[in-house]
Design a protein around this ligand. Structure first.
Ligand SMILES: Nc1ncnc2c1ncn2[C@@H]1O[C@H](COP(=O)(O)OP(=O)(O)OP(=O)(O)O)[C@@H](O)[C@H]1O
Length: 260
């Protein structure tokens, strides 16, 4: 297991967001994390990353309890994870190359030529043209920003990347290409991927397992078929709704009225 969250409780004042939540993330998988808006997906992500305090439970990443670990161990954990926040969150005053080098400067002691070489490798890895290196975020399309942000998340060759709604704001072709890229990286680098998403296409095409957040905990987790078989009303409406059926749910193909 790369992540093992057990019995996690998070409150803000008197408001409980997560209540006894447990979730495992396995090495080399693409886990899709879904749930209605405002249920706490970002809160859980931030809690795993140590950016939110929790009031109960434990979270181990690479077998280490990050919250309680000594500084040295925390630093080693931080170098093994990469994060792509919802808005891409690139520094607007830095070029793509410089953005990718931010984590390198923070955690490693490398010569400038070596950092340039490594950053250019990441640019190539995420499918950006070499001349993207010198561009500023304002000069990039939405899809290019996502790729540049992914390159930065991969800057330190992490074992796991956390992606917060990576395909939001992309057109369907751009989103499908991004999913392809994620799958390729998982296959070639052995990367583990934790992806918060609302994108049904991503869930159907890219994710090995899905976890649904509801009632302040993980309501159901498993492969797509487990979602399709689940009786919870929200899970049913999400995975059997009109938009889901449009993407092709093989077991729903029995309804001939829908087809004609
Ligand atoms: N720092 C904070 N202080 C107080 N409340 C917070 C804080 N962070 C999040 N919340 C609350 O926690 C709840 C869950 O928010 P969160 O952003 O995790 O939802 P989400 O599932 O990621 O939603 P979406 O899919 O819309 O992004 C919301 O009610 C939000 O207002």
């Amino acid at each position: 297991m790369i992540i093992r969250a057990s019995d996690v409780t998070v409150r803000f004042g008197s408001k409980t967001i997560l209540d006894g939540l447990s979730l495992d993330v396995r090495r080399g998988e693409i886990l899709g994390f879904v749930g209605a808006s405002g249920t706490g997906k970002s809160v859980l992500l931030r809690t795993i990353l140590g950016l939110n305090a929790k009031q109960g439970g434990t979270i181990e990443v690479f077998g280490i309890d990050y919250e309680r670990a000594p500084e040295e161990q925390r630093l080693s954990v931080e170098q093994r994870w990469g994060v792509l926040f919802q808005q891409g969150a690139l520094f607007s005053s830095l070029t793509v190359l410089e953005n990718i080098q931010v984590p390198m400067r923070e955690y490693l002691d490398l010569s400038p030529p070596l950092m340039d070489e490594l950053a250019r490798l990441k640019i190539d890895l995420v499918g950006l043209a070499p001349d993207a290196a010198e561009k500023y975020p304002s000069e990039l399309s939405g899809g290019m920003i996502k790729r540049a942000a992914l390159a930065r998340a991969l800057s330190l060759d992490p074992d796991i990347v956390f992606l917060d709604e990576p395909t939001s704001g992309l057109d369907p072709i751009g989103a499908a290409e991004f999913d392809e890229l994620i799958m390729t990286l998982r296959d070639t680098l052995g990367l583990t991927v934790y992806m918060v998403t609302h994108d049904l296409d991503s869930l159907y095409q890219a994710c090995d397992r899905i976890a649904v957040l509801g009632k302040k905990k993980v309501l159901v987790e498993g492969p797509l078929q487990t979602m399709l078989d689940n009786d919870d009303p929200w899970v049913r409406s999400y995975f059997h709704g009109k938009r889901a059926r449009a993407i092709v749910v093989p077991d729903d193909d029995t309804n001939t009225d829908e087809k004609h």
